[in-house]
Design a protein around this ligand. Structure first.
Ligand SMILES: [Zn+2]
Length: 114
């Protein structure tokens, strides 16, 4: 633990403490009921925030309204994934076609031999 080298004088203490002042808390009026409330808080009187019933206190409160909208999944990653899948499918199809051709040729050669 750091230890101060010298004792802080009364003057320095006074100067430091003189800068510690009370501040007026930021307040705003509730747009629903007009009550003076601290900013960025749900109205303690009516339970509204940004003109939406958010608190269980309020009768109009619905849990469904408050559900957070999920951000849409990144499209780029999905597209890349689908492209890779498409390529794989095309490769598989090409292999199948080649196999079928080979079988057809075998059948032809067998037919001609007999
Ligand atoms: Zn209110």
């Amino acid at each position: 633990m750091a230890v101060p080298k010298k004792r802080t004088g009364a003057s320095a203490q006074g100067h430091r403490r003189s800068n510690w002042k009370a501040t007026i808390p930021a307040t705003t009026t509730c747009k629903n009921c007009g009550e003076i409330i601290p900013t960025h808080t749900i109205c303690p009187k009516c339970g509204y925030y940004k003109q939406v019933a958010v608190s269980i206190k309020n009768e109009n409160y619905k849990a469904e309204e408050v559900e957070v909208k999920k951000a849409p999944a990144k499209k780029a990653t999905k597209k890349r994934a689908t492209k890779k899948e498409e390529v794989k499918v095309e490769e598989v199809k090409a292999e199948e076609v080649e196999e079928l051709k080979a079988e057809a040729e075998e059948a032809k050669t067998e037919g001609t031999e007999e």
